[in-house]
Structures are given as structure tokens and as C-alpha cells.
Design a protein around this ligand. Structure first.
Ligand code: FES
Ligand code: FES
Length: 162
């Protein structure tokens, strides 16, 4: 067993620190050490996208990184999307209104993947949305409502900016 390593990082705008073995995956550190269980661990092989977070502003799979690699990084997890008063992010609200989740396992990854894509294309077509979220697998196969929700969430975000 290797000696534990100290990690300091910013998570959802707050400074956080922890101590873990060098082999610990970032997704496990987020869930177990930081207590942020909204980020899900599915395949743990970089395939399903359930563990997707924003890592220094870019969507990344937290199951194919070690926690120690995130030392000094800035992370945003699904818990950081809503406002501090609990008001949902427009994309979360759209998922709620369009019944875009069933078991909810894929939802945090879907939200992050969608928001990441909207940075480069704030007004996507349904086909573009399907491409954008194709890296996240929904076991409940609720893709129709997810696509509708992303389109509505994008519209709400555009309206909020105008
Ligand atoms: S848990 Fe990370 S991609 Fe599946
Ligand atoms: S809602 Fe169940 S995996 Fe997507």
C-alpha cells in the first residue's frame, strides 16, 4: 500500500482538501471523501459517462483519473449546478419538466455533457443534441425526453441571457 497523499482542490466554488492513496480514482474521492454522491460510478472504465464532471471547465470522466491528478484543479459536480438558494439550473429544471430521468443514474453525466456542448453551440438541433450526449449512456433508454429537455434547457438559458 502506498503512502496517502494530500490533495487540495476547488469543488463547486469551495476549497476542499483530502488525503487518499495514490491509486484512488477521482470519482471515488468525490463520492467517498468529499461526500458528493451526485456523481455516479457506473462502468469505471470510461465508457458510460455517469461519472462526468467539469474538470477545469471541461467535461471529463472522473473514473479514468486518479484523485491525486486533480490536486490544484477546479471541479464542478452536479451539486454545484443549482444556485445557493436551491433554485435549479435551467437545464435541471428542463429535465424535471420534460420527465428526462427515470432511475436518474445517467442524469448528472447527461447534464454536464449537455452543458459542456452548449458552450460551443448554444442553439443546437435535436440531431446535434443526440451527438452531444452520445458519450453518456442511459440504461433506461429515455433518450427522447432527454433530447427534448436539453433543447428546452438551452432555450431557457438563451432567454436568461437576453
Ligand atoms: S463510470 Fe466513468 S465512464 Fe462509466
Ligand atoms: S434515467 Fe436511468 S440510466 Fe438514464
Amino acid at each position: 500500500m502506498s503512502a496517502p497523499v494530500d490533495i487540495r482542490l476547488t469543488v463547486n466554488g469551495q476549497p476542499r482538501e483530502g488525503r487518499c492513496e495514490p491509486r484512488k480514482l477521482l470519482v471515488d474521492f468525490i463520492r467517498e471523501d468529499l461526500g458528493l454522491t451526485g456523481t455516479h460510478a457506473g462502468c469505471e472504465h470510461g465508457v458510460c459517462g455517469a461519472c462526468t464532471i467539469f474538470y477545469n471547465g471541461e467535461a471529463a470522466r472522473s473514473c479514468i483519473m486518479f484523485a491525486v491528478q486533480a490536486d490544484g484543479a477546479e471541479l464542478l459536480t452536479v451539486e454545484g449546478l443549482a444556485e445557493s438558494d436551491g433554485k435549479l439550473h435551467p437545464m435541471q429544471q428542463a429535465f424535471h419538466e420534460h420527465h428526462a430521468l427515470q432511475c436518474g443514474f445517467c442524469t448528472p453525466g447527461m447534464l454536464i455533457a449537455a452543458l459542456d456542448y452548449l458552450k460551443i453551440n448554444p442553439s443546437p438541433t435535436e440531431d446535434e443534441i443526440r451527438d452531444a450526449i452520445s458519450a453518456v449512456l442511459c440504461r433506461c433508454t429515455g433518450y427522447i425526453n432527454i433530447v427534448k429537455a436539453v433543447k428546452a434547457g438551452a432555450e431557457a438559458m438563451r432567454a436568461a441571457k437576453s
